[in-house]
Write a new protein. Sequence first.
Length: 301
Amino acid sequence: MSTIVDAVQAAAARITSRLEAELLMGHSLNRDRAWLYAHARDDLDPDQRSRFETLVLRRQQGEPIAYITGSREFYGRDFLVSPAVLIPRPETELLVDLALARLPQTRCRVVDVGTGSGCIALTLAAERPGWQITAVDISPAALEVCASNSQRLGLEQVRLLQGDLLGPVQDEPFDAIVSNPPYVAANDPHLEQGDLRFEPQAALSAGPMGLAVIDRLIDQATGRLRPGGWLMLEHGHDQGRAVVDRMLRAGLHDVRTHPDLAGVDRVTLGQRPAASRQQNLQSDRVMNGLSSRSDPRARRQ
Ligand SMILES: C[S@@+](CC[C@H](N)C(=O)[O-])C[C@H]1O[C@@H](n2cnc3c(N)ncnc32)[C@H](O)[C@@H]1O
């Protein structure tokens, strides 16, 4: 026989993390950590011991804890994850913070490109119930995970679309295009290390410099932003300069890179210049499918 606390201690020594050993025990018993502390001296039966041992072995072999337990917290909410999606990272919360700070509180149309688990799109939807949010991913398996999360969080108003970058939202103008796209260079040795070995390659790597998806997204995004709309991109620690250059070349203004909590360049924002009244009217006509002759406002210009 062994007690919960004995089994946790032994596992903690093997996987070199007490916290992870407790998370695995909680997961195997379907209990939270507070319950474990209250029942630390309870005996485990053979089934419980063997279930726990299986989880500890998976962790010892390097499998990410989030894939073993099937969830990860992001912005204070629990998101289901599976090997079909990237495990949400704390640094991505900066992108959410910036979107919440920069965009109007109500009536805002936002698309999250490469939504994965949906952590960005669904967090924005939870924080700003008035926003119209679309989440796009090229991977149908990732979108299934996102759909489960939207159901669990009661956020089914978020529209989920499968496809390549902004392809599924042709001709729709957005107040913001947000994305944490794949940005790791294809030959980066980190892809063979740690959690990254288990995560989907299509969620991580993007061409020789890691900028292949970012380049295509910036090209597509500028024409899909409303005047005054924002493009907000997460990127690698050494890609800030390259992303700034590309956004400026694409005609965006107020381009600036923001560091994450570790002080590392992480998110770059750029804004489509606000249009003149004439341009606004033209853009409204395109959105509403009106010709200039049929728009009475045009004749008053
Ligand atoms: C780095 S993950 C980000 C996932 C999630 N947004 C997050 O922050 O945790 C990138 C996501 O982009 C998706 N993706 C990769 N290439 C894409 C493309 N061309 N069009 C749409 N989605 C793409 C991947 O399937 C993956 O889910």
